[in-house]
Design a protein around this ligand. Structure first.
Ligand code: SAH
Length: 434
């Protein structure tokens, strides 16, 4: 979502004459768009700010002082603390106020200290954003939902992104049509809890995510739809049906489970146990038999025992995830779990290594099992080797192939010839190669 937000910030700043550049050197303004989900991500902000400090006092002959801004969830959570630790920062703003950037930039240009805007404004920021630019790629992110009301005991999101909000369906459809008209072939719908989407329908009533996906699939040019990140307990019948009925919905789902232990899931306030998660996966696989699943895991949550952790490993073996993210529990300020007695770091390190070894072996087995299959691949960039393009399979695996440059931005059927730890190799099938 930070990628999407950053692109929208560029849209907001375009009328002021700003255009995105590839690096900080030479830029007139530098915005760090930050993440607060784990401590490591948050700490990076301060080391990055330290590096940028030297760029601040640019001589007038070269354009004068550079504006330095901190955006996103670290800005939301730490606000004034950032200005204390890095007094050369000009603007600090949260994820819900970036539509006001032009005003903040104008204020930063005048004397009177730094600008701090970490409110949760009553008007949704989306109403204050200009038409999006589609970017260069054939794949676009589209935020449909933001915020979270679930209050998992480990998580800062409800405090930084705010309450659950769903954009009206008509706005989402307009943005999707806009991307399709600009040549985008794949749209990934975004939300902190994207499947709790319940936006106002174009003719009244409410649409869930399943309905929204079905309608986006009708837009000419949209060949692929994905959505992330989902909360298991919010997976409803119409969304499961969309996996059966909507061919454009890719057979790959990121469905964070966090732990395989009911005791830990309850302590996390997850509103589902291991059995519910397994039943949900069964239903999804009945709807879409070739569905591949990805997940998030937290190890070393307060109170997690060896037995709890073994249940996580069992869950991974039972479900057979084809990819996953896993993290050591990181205490976040203001969250209930941060106040509990903590698991020691070495135990977290050991558990993370064991979990990742299992997840990696499953990922490799899945990738190797793809050899010989024919898959549609959306080519979205050049490879490292000359004459090579890289694209994405329906299951999000990067696929390398020696193919003509002219195929960039197209979806081609490829026969998979190699399966590796993190990627596949492929070749055009007979008819397309001819
Ligand atoms: N809405 C999703 C979570 C998205 S946040 C859900 O409810 O499942 C992305 C991931 O970061 C989470 O799934 C979780 O695995 C991880 N995460 C969040 N807070 C964390 C913390 N305090 N420590 C470690 N990992 C955390």
């Amino acid at each position: 979502m930070n990628v999407y937000d950053s692109a929208r910030m560029a849209d907001v700043l375009a009328p002021l004459g700003y255009t995105p550049v590839d690096g900080a050197a030479g830029a007139d303004m530098i915005i760090l768009n930050t993440c607060h989900i784990r401590e490591k991500a948050a700490e990076k902000v301060y080391s990055e700010l330290g590096r940028l400090k030297g760029l601040k006092d640019r001589p007038v002959a070269e354009g004068g002082p550079v504006i330095i801004a901190v955006a996103g969830c670290v800005a939301q959570a730490e606000g004034a603390e950032i200005l204390r630790r890095a007094p050369y920062v000009d603007i600090v703003f949260g994820p819900q106020t970036y539509h006001r950037l032009p005003e903040m930039v104008a204020r930063a240009g005048r004397a009177g200290g730094a600008v701090l805007d970490t409110e949760f404004p009553p008007e949704p920021k989306f109403d204050g954003l200009p038409e999006p630019t589609a970017g260069k790629g054939r794949s676009a992110f589209l935020t449909v939902q933001e915020g979270c009301d679930k209050f998992c005991t480990f998580c800062v999101v409800p405090y930084t992104r705010g309450a659950e909000y769903s954009r009206p369906a008509a706005d989402v459809l307009a943005e999707a049509r806009h991307y399709a008209a600009a040549g985008v072939r794949e749209i990934t719908l975004l939300g902190q809890n994207v499947n709790c989407y319940h936006g106002e329908g174009p003719r009244g009533g409410e649409w869930g995510l399943g309905r929204l996906i079905a309608e986006i699939a009708e837009i000419v040019g949209v060949d692929r739809i994905r959505y992330t990140t989902s909360y298991p307990a919010d997976m409803d019948g119409s969304l499961i049906a969309a996996h059966r009925d909507v061919a454009e919905l890719m057979p790959f789902l990121h469905l964070p489970v966090q732990s395989g232990s009911d005791r830990v899931l309850a302590a996390m306030n997850r509103r589902h146990g291991g059995a519910e998660y397994r039943r949900l996966v069964d239903k999804l696989r009945k709807a879409r038999p070739d569905l591949a699943l990805s997940s998030d895991f937290i190890v070393g949550f307060p109170g997690e025992t060896d037995a709890d952790f073994r249940q996580t490993l069992e869950m991974v073996e039972d479900i057979g995830f084809t990819q996953a993210y896993s993290f050591k529990y990181s205490p976040r300020p203001g969250t209930p779990a941060s106040l509990e007695p903590q698991v020691d770091d070495q135990t977290k390190i050991d558990r993370l290594a064991a979990l990742q070894e299992l997840l990696d072996s499953q990922q490799r087995a899945f990738n190797e099992g793809c050899v010989g299959r024919v898959m549609g691949v959306l080519f979205d960039c050049r490879g490292r080797v000359p004459g090579q393009l890289v694209g994405r399979s329906p299951y999000m695996q990067p696929v390398h192939a020696q193919v003509a440059e002219s195929l960039l931005g197209t979806i081609q059927p490829l026969r998979i010839t190699g399966g590796f730890a993190n990627s596949l190799a492929g070749a055009l099938t007979g008819s397309a190669a001819a």
